[in-house]
Design a binder for this molecule. Structure first.
Ligand code: EPZ
Length: 421
């Protein structure tokens, strides 16, 4: 795949952008196929490299997967020959591979999963995943970079309190607890819409779950799961990203398949800076309240329903052009400011003080050669490039294919001068 994106900035966009299914929901839904022999059909599956990686991983565990890309449908069904090794060569490409650990232990009582290791945005430990699964009855050893898990008899429901919200640990624990004997009470869980979507799919497979989206989830273990078809929830982070594309380029854009109910804190923040997002029927529109300016504000990233960390880099691109001084405090990850030096190359005025970035708005950004470092950092450079004067060239753009389906086509469809070489 071509590695560079070129953007001729300063163009106002117009038109409608379709929002795809959520990457972070799909990557948790796909491992549900390991929990039974029943078929799992997922609709509204986003066409992303991370989904392809998860397919390779599940096939290596004995799952039969058919991916009808045009229809965005995934059919998954565990074969009679399960395997239990999630190899490092696959896991190192995508940290979400750890989400096969819970289902493998719950269904087969054994799993050998490569530790995902860190990534550009942080160390990304999995201690909470292991803590919770141990509480349910699994035992682990860490050998040669792999976590080896075993369950002597079967997992047993219990009360588990998480010290802080972790999306992945919540998902892994739910996927294990649904087959545990008895009741599990999970306290201080992640409340993200992707967790709600996971529970919705599990309930359609016959699981007994209450409280998803709240601080405590109660799960009554069941013996088997039935066949189901589930529609992947829309990608609120993709929607938020394109809303900022409209705001930063002073455009009037529409979105189909999106719902701002999943982005309340984000939309409130946009209103503070003078960006209006209004929902009418199935359509969503974004436009500047006062065309000439974007106001400054302060942002704190938090677990849902707070401001999403996955929209932090995109918001920073927008605030680079605000009147006055803004700040963004990144509370979730320890190193999620890799986009800052690249935005500075484009003329942004940003100073990092620990976990806080102080952004002094500038009148304009200038196109420049920049490099992508991680998924959301790379898309923040695309957004900055849309607003910048002149040409922006973004290198190492494979990061963007992980989380944004057809981003070039979606933006050129609205008049953006963006191409990939
Ligand atoms: C999920 O990652 C998402 N990924 C991330 O999206 C998202 O940024 C993150 O949740 C927070 O919303 C997927 O869903 C595939 P966490 P996850 O466990 O589950 C620490 C994107 O751009 N922690 O909620 O890994 C962790 O280091 C990606 O789409 C532990 O210390 O996030 C982080 O500081 C990036 N021990 C914090 O908790 C653990 O065992 C929150 O992480 C687990 C997490």
């Amino acid at each position: 795949m071509k590695e560079k994106i070129f953007i001729e900035g300063g163009k106002r966009l117009s038109g409608s952008i379709p929002i795809s299914g959520a990457k972070n929901s799909c990557l948790a839904l796909m491992p549900l196929s390991l929990l039974s022999d029943s078929a799992l059909t997922l609709n509204n599956v986003p066409i992303l490299s991370d989904v392809e990686t998860m397919i390779v991983l599940l096939e290596s565990l004995g799952c039969v997967v058919s991916y009808q890309k045009t229809e965005k449908i995934l059919n998954l069904k565990m074969s009679a020959k399960p395997l239990f090794l999630a190899d490092y060569e696959i896991v190192k490409k995508m940290r979400a591979s750890i989400l096969v650990l819970g289902p493998l232990l719950a269904r087969f009582g054994q799993a050998i999963v490569a530790l995902p290791g860190g990534c550009a945005i942080g160390a990304r430990p999995v201690n909470l995943h292991l803590m919770a699964l141990e509480a349910l009855g699994a035992s682990f050893s860490i050998e040669n970079g792999y976590v080896k898990g075993n369950v002597a008899k079967s997992l047993k429901g219990c009360k588990i309190t998480f010290p802080f919200e972790s999306v992945g640990a919540t998902a892994n624990t739910i996927m294990a607890a649904v087959l545990a004997k008895g009741t599990s009470e999970l306290v201080n869980v992640a409340r993200e819409p992707e967790i709600i979507d996971l529970c919705k799919c599990l309930k359609s497979m016959g699981c007994k779950i209450e409280g998803e989206g709240e601080r405590t989830i109660i799960i009554e273990g069941v013996d088997t799961l039935r066949e189901t078809t589930h529609e992947v929830v829309m990608d609120r982070i993709e929607l938020g990203t394109f809303i900022i594309a409209g705001a930063i380029s002073d455009s009037d854009l529409e979105f189909t398949g999106g719902d701002i109910i999943l982005l309340e804190s984000f939309v409130d923040k946009l209103y503070e800076v003078g960006i209006e997002v209004c929902q009418s029927d199935s359509n969503l529109r974004v436009k500047r309240i006062n065309r000439s300016s974007i106001k400054h504000t302060n942002v704190l990233t938090e677990p849902f329903p707070g401001f999403p960390t996955d929209l932090q880099a995109q918001m920073m691109a927008l605030l680079s052009l605000a009147d006055g001084v803004s700040s963004i405090e990144e509370q979730i990850f320890e190193n999620r400011f890799m986009h800052v030096p690249e935005l500075i190359r484009m003329g942004a005025n940003i100073e990092i003080k620990g976990r806080k970035a102080v952004i002094s708005g500038v009148d304009k950004l200038k196109g420049a050669p920049v490099k992508a470092t991680d998924l959301r950092a790379s898309v923040s450079l695309v957004l900055a490039g849309l607003a910048a004067e002149g040409q922006t060239e973004i290198d190492k753009i494979h990061h963007i294919d992980r989380g944004y389906e057809d981003i070039i086509k979606k933006l050129t469809g609205c008049g953006a001068q963006i191409r990939r070489y």
